[in-house]
Design a protein around this ligand. Structure first.
Ligand code: MF3
Ligand code: CO
Length: 259
């Protein structure tokens, strides 16, 4: 069952998304060579609480931090650590969630640390574009797998591979609600999208086709062969008047347009 949100819930989700977008923007400004990921986690928790929210991930299924920090070949769910220092040339995926007034917002981005190589730049550009291709398809009356197909077919056309083991999801009163949103598949399947649905669309993309693995810490997902991975996510709200990308920052349609 896909829960539909009321206008008042949608109002809160919009506000939460706006606040979370600002938090992520401030956090990304702290990313630099030598910074360790536990420091980023501490900063993130402070920013979330200043914004009037609670870190959505902390304690979720026992997760120990407020953000996920996944570097290079790490795909998602990397645990922040004081021993993990960023280095020039790394790519860092930051995944962050905020809970306020009983409703969750969920967002992720991948940022370069200093100057990065050409294949990493391509990976970031394609993953973010894949997210926007999916968002564009998320219109009322479309089928859910139209979104999945738009993402997967674009990523493949660029010679990259979507992660199939993890998916996007509904979001709202719970961090993860129905429906699951794969980043691949044939169009024209699954439920029709309706006003009041709130979706977290989140392509995870890698440079190689091998299946992912989970490390012994039971959280960190890594690529099968050490290739790079990227992750972009937005929470979107479907309304009668169109799609609202609630976790989008203030600087235009796509944050990474300058890349
Ligand atoms: N943002 C992640 C998702 O969309 C959730 C992170 S799971 C956690 O599925 F345990 F790390 F919080
Ligand atoms: Co999510």
């Amino acid at each position: 069952m896909i829960p539909l949100k009321s206008p008042s819930e949608i109002g809160i989700l919009r506000e939460n998304g706006k606040r979370l977008a600002r938090v992520l923007e401030s956090l990304c400004a702290e990313v630099a060579p030598d910074v360790d990921t536990a420091s980023l986690d501490q900063i993130a928790e402070g920013l979330i609480r200043e914004a009037g929210g609670e870190p959505a991930f902390k304690g979720y299924r026992g997760y120990p931090a407020s953000i996920c920090t996944s570097i290079n070949h790490e795909v998602v769910h990397g645990i922040p650590s004081p021993r993990r220092h960023l280095r020039e040339g790394d790519i860092l995926s930051i995944d962050i969630g905020l809970l306020r007034d009983g409703l969750y917002a969920d967002v992720a981005t991948t940022v370069p640390v200093g100057k990065i190589g050409e294949s990493a730049r391509h990976l970031l550009r394609v993953t973010e574009e894949g997210l926007w291709r999916g968002i564009e398809r998320a219109t009322i009356g479309a089928r859910l797998s139209d979104v999945s197909h738009a993402i997967g077919s674009y990523v493949e056309s660029e010679g990259l591979y979507v992660v199939t083991e993890y998916v996007g999801h509904g979001v709202g009163r719970q961090l993860h609600e129905d429906p699951q949103i794969p980043n691949y598949g044939r169009p024209g399947r699954g439920p029709r999208l309706q006003a009041g649905m709130v979706l977290a669309i989140e392509p995870m993309v890698k440079t190689d086709p091998e299946p992912t693995r989970v490390l012994d810490d039971r959280w960190t997902v890594v690529t099968g062969n050490g290739g790079l991975a990227a992750h972009f996510e937005h929470t979107i709200v479907l309304t009668e008047t169109g799609v609202d990308v609630v976790t989008q920052g203030g600087d235009g349609r796509r944050s990474g347009q300058t890349r």
